[in-house]
Design a protein around this ligand. Sequence first.
Ligand code: SF4
Ligand code: SF4
Length: 612
Amino acid sequence: MSNKHFLMGNEAIAYGAIAAGLQFGAGYPGTPSTEVMETLIKNAKKYNYYVEWSTNEKVALETAIGASFSGASSIVTMKQVGLNVASDPLMSLTYLGIKGPLVLLVTDDPGPHSSQTEQDTRSFGLFSNIPVLDPSNSQEAYEMTKYAFEISKSYETPVILRTTTRVSHRCDDVVLEELKPSDENIEGFSKSSRWAIFPKLTAERHPILEKLQKTLSNEFSDSKFNFKTGTGKIGIITSGASYHYVNEAISNNKELFSVLKIGAPHPFPENKVIEFTNEVDLILVVEELDSYLEDQLLQLLGKHGILKPVYGKKNNIFPCCGEYSVDIVKIGINKVLDSLKIQKLEISEKLIDKTDIISLPVRPPNLCAGCMHRTVFYAFKEVSKELKKYNIQTIFSGDIGCYTLGNAPPLELIDTCLCMGAGISIAGGISRTTKNSKNVAFIGDSTFFHSGIPAVINAVYNNADVTIAVLDNRTTAMTGHQPHPGTGKTALGNPTKLIDIEGILKSCGVEFVKTVSADDFSACKEISKEAIEYNGPSAVVFRGNCVSIVKSDKKCVIDKNKCINCKICVEKLGCPAITMNDEIPEIMDNCTGCGLCKAVCPADAVIEVTKQ
Ligand code: SF4
Ligand code: SF4
């Protein structure tokens, strides 16, 4: 097999971890990080290491910390918002340090494409005193992963490998070395006062941690991942995907520019940056998300009394948020060139003027045809209409997962959505403070295990008048169907104890706990009503299959002779399998026969048939 492989950035990271002698991996799925663990799972047997999906990112990190305390070479994977969940152990770990190398793969999401925040993990590195590496392509992702393990081992510190969506999900050639199964024995845990954090230990370790920042800043100044290209007098400091946008933007005017590419941004490679600033007349900083490099540069120039113009986000040369592109970078550079009376970079009219590009129809995100969540949402919507007649407002708090799409038209059901596990607690808060309201919290099965359980306990403890609707399709659907504790399967595909959601709800003290098949619209409606009318915490587990895993041999068709063209099926449900054809509703082949349109049709015009 050739050593050159066409790999996604996330796959390259997984192979980098294997090349570094990985022995333990843990993570929680989250776009755009998931493929790292998926690749590690696929290769676990071959390369002789252990991996697991954890219930959440905090647990994943803590488990990896345990493995590291035993001397195992470990990785933990998560998306940027997952790092918020894991921040508690991380902030303490930074003082303790580690034994076996420990790398945190954290993926940021400029845009954002699939996240609730545009936070920047480089700033988290600064906040927590943890070194950060920031690759810009798959080869670098592979090399930097190995380097992350090296520095983690040498300096006994956790290391963050931070990517963005474009780096994690780009595919390009990667030269891999020959990968071998991990043959190093894990030493195992040895008792030592080093691993139990106390204020005294923190006070002792803090100066060591601060000293390490200086040491690593020096090491990063000499790192091959922080390098300069070009000899022009206009300096550009950049990192990650922006490095490629910069290169493309200046490709016809290279002689004007020098570029410092920062792949190891924290601790800031001060010596390298000073050397660079001395060679240029002014500096542009091109980076997505936070103005991390710009802030560090400004502080450094101030510290050394260097007067050089700096152009970045702070003076509105480049946008402070959103994802960058070659065009955006060119526009920013041109603002500076214009002020210097230098000829501007050419911007193709076509790139700027998009009027001649055929506009594609907008496809807003939507639940799949036949998704069980649609049936449950519509059932609650109907119940809330009935309650409205009695002047009772039903407020729906959502959560993170496919079912966030309950906020999309025409359902438009979800009133709040914040972060993983927040729905139940938010509903509890609203129930105490909004008169004549009934509160429903939707939570998926994976999210229930992730961070829903403490909120259930809180609702019971404080007798919150909340209905907890668990949408259980037995998978972590949105990130690609990973198993979780309610599936009876581990990451490696081994059978394990299936943890029963109803059992947890009951043992947490919820007295009203019912289970209903999400395929049965009438039952969903009836039990939803019962649960809402119950005073105090109630819970309903709506159980069904994810239609993108379990394929049905049924579909529905409309009997045109019976259809009265009321359009309820088209306009109220938002099922992508129903369309209008010649002013009459028609069901298309992607129908899964879930029966929701059949259940709501007032003319009995929908018929279930077997697919041909
Ligand atoms: S049965 Fe109706 S609601 Fe269900 S997938 Fe088919 S068209 Fe959509
Ligand atoms: S709900 Fe029934 S009657 Fe109304 S448009 Fe759809 S198929 Fe026709």
